[in-house]
Design a protein around this ligand. Structure first.
Ligand SMILES: NC(=O)c1ccc[n+]([C@@H]2O[C@H](COP(=O)([O-])OP(=O)(O)OC[C@H]3O[C@@H](n4cnc5c(N)ncnc54)[C@H](O)[C@@H]3O)[C@@H](O)[C@H]2O)c1
Length: 280
């Protein structure tokens, strides 16, 4: 039986903040939040698509152009959310980017960008929002988005695997810390499998190797063939949240067997072997 965390936070009438909301998974999370009766603060580094997406939504929506790499920008997002709505019930640290290539070829700029968006972005969300959530002394939920890649390091996406493994660790530390102080703020680690989105639109630095280009073609085809839509995915996420789950693995078929295999290889001291990620 899966252990859960008890009561979930207010959805109807509550407020959700979603970073990286102009595309892909964030759009599904946003539409589902509105469908549940939530008010919405959506944030993205790309202001125009963010405004365009906001214009498609029906409900109380505040769009705040935000660069999650920049703590000042995320602080401004938190200010804007509390100024407008006076409370935050759910924070989705969702913004993230892909970075591909052989690890010895990836340009430092691309490597740093992946770390900065995927890890600093989540940390900035924690730093800007947790003190405010604690001060409110009411239930709230933080959902940090990692990836199956955070549990299963893959070839040709080292910055992504490294950054998402960091999100797995950071989120669990945060979870324990909030338990230590008896806070009513709960944490969940969201680990998507394939979801149709823009994540593979531009995962390269200026020098794209043929191997990285072929890998991205495979991953794009895999997302198009097997990926859930953002709306299908969001349904599963909010189901898990309603059940009070820390571990949100909406597509268990993409992680359970390979993760068990990986843990067994460690426990049995068997060397890891390259597997075909296009079949995940
Ligand atoms: N789609 C998948 O199959 C999949 C699988 C595992 C994990 N994820 C994770 O899900 C999350 C959402 O990704 P997606 O697939 O919807 O991709 P996406 O590219 O469609 O959406 C990501 C959004 O984040 C925004 N963003 C990028 N840098 C930003 C920054 N510095 N500040 C604010 N916003 C920024 C982008 O502009 C974009 O709108 C990411 O963390 C990603 O790593 C996705």
């Amino acid at each position: 039986m899966t252990e859960t965390m008890g009561a979930s936070v207010q959805t109807n009438g509550g407020v959700a903040v979603i970073t990286g909301a102009a595309s892909g998974i964030g759009t599904g999370l946003a539409r589902k939040a509105l469908a549940l009766g939530m008010k919405l603060v959506i944030a993205d580094v790309r202001a125009e698509p963010l405004e365009a997406f906001a214009a498609t939504l029906d409900g109380e929506v505040l769009a705040v152009p935000t660069d999650v790499r920049d703590l000042t920008s995320v602080e401004a997002l938190a200010e804007a959310a509390y100024d407008r709505f006076g409370q935050v019930d759910m924070l989705f640290n969702n913004a993230g980017i892909m970075a591909t290539g052989f690890s010895w070829e990836i340009e430092p700029e691309l490597w740093n960008r992946a770390m900065s968006v995927n890890v600093d972005g989540v940390q900035n969300g924690i730093r800007a929002f947790v003190p405010r959530l604690l001060a409110a002394e009411r239930p709230a939920q933080i959902i940090n988005t990692a990836s199956v890649g955070g549990f299963l390091p893959a070839p040709l996406m080292a910055p992504y695997s490294v950054s998402k493994a960091a999100v797995v660790a950071l989120t669990e530390s945060l979870h324990y810390e909030l338990q230590m102080i008896g806070a009513p703020v709960r944490v969940s680690l969201l680990s998507p499998g394939p979801v149709k989105s823009g994540i593979f639109d531009d995962p390269f630095g200026p020098n794209v190797s043929p191997a990285a280009a072929a890998f991205v073609d495979t991953m794009r085809s895999m997302l198009n063939a097997n990926g859930l839509t953002p709306d299908e995915f969001a349904e599963l996420v909010y189901e898990g949240l309603a059940e009070g789950r820390y571990w949100l693995f909406p597509q268990p078929e993409t992680i359970d067997a390979p993760f068990q295999h990986r843990v067994a290889s460690m426990m049995d001291r068997v060397n890891p072997q390259l597997i075909d990620f296009s079949e995940l």
